[in-house]
Write a protein that binds this ligand. Structure first.
Ligand SMILES: Cc1ncc(C[n+]2csc(CCOP(=O)(O)OP(=O)(O)O)c2C)c(N)n1
Ligand SMILES: [Mg+2]
Length: 281
């Protein structure tokens, strides 16, 4: 998909996930809005995947290590045909497979996540398996910045560099907030880029809500032979909804009827702007 269309798609995903969270009366709104652009770039442009053959052996793997913000992922997988779009209405309802965290009973989900700190270790294993099997697939692992406080992340980081996994891409959704406030107040992370570099990763710091930059960066992978890549995606939690941006309680705030209406109006206006600029046919 062209970058212009990707931008519009990301707006549509945001609208879908807000409606879904509002309908279910539960969800992780802020983190899903912050990672929407990253996921849109990966799923509609960068990753080699096939919704009709989700277990294809050479598919690129995506691990949502920050599993709580699964809503953008559910909306994208449905839109791509991994499962029927109708099913989004069952999100978080009793008996559904579209639960509040990634569930590998759903086509397109590689691993159950939600307990933070485990996705990168699994990703290291998958990337190592690709090398040993002589396969060319890549493994993309999306982590939260609050998640960086988990010690297991750093064990996996060491292993990724040790095994020279240049087919492994860690992405940090660096929105500077975690569940209860600023990451730097809860558990100081800085200097985070230097930490990843010193663990042997090639670090690239970008605007993680800018589609042009995301596409350009993902398409330049691998940056260095024999070295894993860490993309520090500087994002805004709640991105796209003015009154949710950078507001900690939107981590799992469910929009009221009025808030949903206002948010959808803002996002529709953004789409309209794209149309006027000729970005959407
Ligand atoms: C091991 C573990 N501890 C605590 C939690 C509860 N929890 C869910 S989301 C969250 C905050 C995560 O913040 P961050 O990684 O920055 O995610 P984002 O800001 O992208 O939502 C926490 C502590 C969890 N899911 N797993
Ligand atoms: Mg965060």
């Amino acid at each position: 998909m062209e970058t212009k269309a990707l931008k519009a798609k990301a707006v549509q995903v945001r609208m879908d996930l807000l409606r879904m969270i509002h309908g279910a009366k539960t969800g992780h709104t802020g983190g899903s809005l912050s990672n929407t652009d990253i996921l849109t770039a990966l799923y509609y442009r960068v990753m080699n995947i096939d919704s009709q053959n989700p277990k294809w052996a050479d598919r690129d793997r995506f691990i949502a290590s920050k599993g709580h913000s699964v809503e953008s992922l559910w909306c994208i997988l449905a839109d791509l045909g991994f499962f029927p779009k109708e099913e989004l209405k069952t999100f978080s309802q009793f008996g559904t497979r579209l639960i509040g965290h990634p569930n590998n009973k759903v086509p397109g989900i590689e691993m159950n996540t939600g307990a933070l700190g485990h996705g990168l270790a699994i990703s290291v294993g998958m990337a190592l398996a690709a090398k040993r099997d002589g396969r060319n697939y890549r493994v993309f692992c999306l982590m939260g910045d609050g998640e960086q406080a988990e010690g297991s992340v750093w064990e996996a980081a060491m292993a990724g560099a040790h095994y020279k996994l240049d087919n492994l891409i860690g992405i940090i959704d660096r929105n500077r907030l975690q569940i209860s406030g600023s990451t730097e107040d809860v558990m100081g992370l800085e200097p985070l880029e230097e930490k990843w570099s010193s663990f042997g990763w090639h670090v690239v710091s970008i605007d993680g809500n800018d589609m042009d930059t995301l596409v350009k960066t993902f398409e330049a992978i691998p940056f260095v032979l024999d070295q894993p890549t860490l993309i520090m995606a500087n994002t805004v939690k709640g991105k796209g909804v003015s009154f949710a941006e950078n507001v900690p309680h939107w981590h799992h705030h469910v929009p009221s009827d009025a808030e949903l209406e206002k948010a959808l109006a803002e996002l529709s206006a953004t789409l309209e702007l794209f149309k006027q600029e000729g970005q959407v046919r």
